[in-house]
Design a protein around this ligand. Structure first.
Ligand SMILES: [Zn+2]
Length: 349
């Protein structure tokens, strides 16, 4: 078993020996509970995973841009980036599946609406059945994207990237850690366990994901984030690149380019889970970086092409993005699917 390297900062990396993770129990193989509605799917085109339940009602004036999910699909179809035949529909993530990452107590509280007020404030959402259902479909979508990517080489969801969720609590608009559930699911249904590289380029550190996999050698967590953005208290990913406020396209792209190739070569993943958050954009209301639309496009193109051209499948999720202008935000998120379409075409998939 290969010892992985853990690096804390960009310019002055430090290394430490990675602990050997616990092996998942054989019972986990029974969690395979996803399938797709296959009718009419366009088999030769890029798979897009979407569910109408990715969005739910929120109290009036709530700052989370919930409407971006259906608007994203709307723009992808309206702009003829995709057709409806490319859309794969996920099932809701079962409690059994979620329990591969989340504690029984937390899941019980989440399902029964017994999350206390302090915990609700930490998530940023008042509890509702709708928000729980939304997050379960979103997690199902990321799992499905990962499964389809293994078969087809590339797949994108129109939600996902809830990387701040920990096993026993939600945080920062994240109730369930979809990336972690997808990675554990894929590891659990194969022997030997699949290796998953999580490339998290959301402007916020993937703290929940880093915590969940800190002792798991089959998952490598790579996070490029703004050091002064949430969360204040960072966790230790296998590779953390903490960048300064105001970073622009060129320097940001160089940072990603400096690490992704050697990670793919040395870790040798069976799949890349890519969190393509658009909150590094200069107009994002929460992020502190200054990327442009073009910079995000180049970033997404680079990540997916670099992996796919090496024969490593990529499942991509949209991650964070914050703006009161929902249409502008949805279009910004569509950069991922536009770039993926180019990769799909150029790589002859
Ligand atoms: Zn974010």
């Amino acid at each position: 078993m290969r010892d992985s390297q853990r690096i804390m900062t960009c310019m002055t990396p430090t290394f430490s020996r990675r602990k050997v993770g616990r092996l998942l129990g054989a019972a986990f193989t029974s969690c395979r509970c996803f399938h797709t509605e296959l009718g009419g799917l366009e088999s030769s085109a890029l798979p897009i995973v979407h569910h109408s339940s990715y969005a739910c009602e929120l109290p009036a004036g709530h700052r989370f841009p919930m409407a971006k999910f259906p608007r994203l699909l709307h723009f992808l179809i309206k702009d003829q980036v995709i057709t409806e035949k490319q859309v794969w529909v996920p099932e809701i993530a079962s409690e059994a599946l979620l329990s591969c990452v989340h504690t029984e107590e937390y899941l019980n509280n989440l399902m029964n609406g017994t999350i206390n007020e302090q915990e609700q404030r930490r998530t940023g959402f008042p509890w509702s059945e709708g928000i729980v259902t939304r997050c379960r479909y979103e997690t199902g979508g990321t799992v499905l994207a990962a499964e389809v990517a293994l078969q087809r080489g590339l797949a994108c969801s129109t939600a996902g990237g809830t990387h701040h969720a920990f096993p026993s609590y939600g945080s920062g608009f994240c109730l369930l850690n979809d990336l972690a559930v997808a990675a554990k699911y894929l590891m659990g249904i194969s022997s030997p366990k699949r290796k998953v590289l999580i490339v998290d380029l959301d402007v916020h550190q993937g703290d929940g994901t880093a915590f969940i996999f800190k002792e798991e050698p089959c998952v490598f967590t790579f996070s490029v984030h703004c050091g002064k953005n949430f969360p204040l208290r960072k966790q230790q990913s296998d590779l953390d690149i903490s960048v300064e406020d105001g970073m622009k396209d060129k320097e940001y792209l160089s940072t990603v380019e400096a690490h992704l190739p050697w990670l793919l070569e040395t870790f040798g993943p069976d799949l890349v889970l890519y969190d393509a958050g658009v909150d590094p954009h200069g107009e994002d209301e929460l992020g502190r970086l200054r990327l442009t639309d073009q910079g995000l496009y180049q970033r997404d193109l680079y990540v997916m092409k670099t992996a796919v051209s090496r024969g490593v499948p990529v499942a991509a999720v949209i991650g964070g993005g914050y703006s009161r202008d929902i249409d502008k935000l949805a279009l910004r998120h569509s950069i991922l699917h536009r770039a993926a379409t180019q990769v799909w075409r150029e790589c002859g998939m």
